[in-house]
Design a protein around this ligand. Structure first.
Ligand code: ADP
Ligand code: MG
Ligand code: MG
Length: 248
């Protein structure tokens, strides 16, 4: 059985049509990469899968673990095990990183948290990401550098252990060392049961990962699907030649 099935999805934002018949199918254990020019609809896809209310599904469906979630609220999708890291994480004054992780973890599991086990896990995971322990007590993302914000998101993913993690340009604005740590964190998350959907422009972040499928998204549709060799092709040739031949 598939974990995620996006079928003939049409979606709009602000009355503007963005996704135009997008199909995508992800099985447990798989890593998919989505590439595409700016404005193609990549972030829209992530937002629609998580059910961001700013994005409107006009037709088509999204199925997760066999359940139709097309019109389900975001919190219900998160409880099912869908996670989205944002392209630009928000700053949340007054809520520490640790508070935030604790609240999101118990919201997602629906169970009260085992505080000691949580703190132990948090400490271990922060060490693995080369994050100073003091960050746990700082306000979420406030004054964090771009790289630190991305690390905080990878930390959240590792703590929540979602079944499907969608990473939207988690690598943008990171220096080489931070890319390596983030990509290590992603590798640490990945197992044979969960799945990854990585939206990226940067092949570097994929170096330690096994990419099962790469997709090219242009004008709200997937115009090409291939294996990891497609990532190299795009690195070398860009998207131009694909935009011309959008016919299916
Ligand atoms: P990508 O991530 O591939 O660069 P996006 O999905 O972010 O593309 O954007 C696709 C199109 O939708 C763009 O034209 C963008 O301006 C528009 N768009 C995306 N999100 C919003 C929003 N919240 N409000 C208005 N327009 C949006
Ligand atoms: Mg985007
Ligand atoms: Mg477009």
């Amino acid at each position: 059985q598939k974990l995620l099935e996006v079928y003939d999805l049409h979606a709009s934002v602000d009355g503007k049509n963005i996704l135009n018949g997008l199909n995508l199918s992800v099985a447990p254990g798989e890593t998919h990469v989505i590439m595409g020019p700016n404005g193609a609809g990549k972030s829209t896809l992530g937002n629609v899968i998580l059910g961001n209310p700013e994005y409107h599904v006009d037709s088509g469906s999204i199925t997760f673990n066999g359940a139709d979630i097309t019109h389900e609220p975001t919190d219900a999708r998160a409880r099912r095990g869908i996670f989205l890291s944002f392209q630009s994480p928000e700053e949340v004054p007054g809520v520490t990183l640790e508070d935030f992780l604790r609240v999101s973890k118990s919201a997602v599991t629906g169970k009260p948290l085992k505080v000691f086990a949580f703190q132990k896990e948090l400490k271990k995971t922060m060490e693995a990401l080369n994050m100073d322990a003091s960050y746990a007590r700082r306000d979420l993302n406030v004054g964090f550098s771009g790289g630190e914000k991305k690390k905080a998101e990878i930390l959240q993913m590792l703590m929540l252990q979602p079944k499907l993690a969608i990473l939207d340009e988690t690598d943008s604005g990171l220096d080489v060392d931070a890319v390596r740590i983030v990509s290590e964190g992603i590798r640490r998350y990945k197992n044979k049961d969960n799945a990854l959907l990585i939206i990226t422009h940067n092949a570097k972040i994929l170096e330690n990962l096994t990419v099962d499928y790469a997709h090219v998204l242009v004008d709200g549709r997937i115009v090409r699907t291939g294996g990891s060799e497609l990532v190299d092709e795009i690195e070398n040739e860009g998207f131009r030649h694909m935009e011309e031949g959008v016919a299916e």
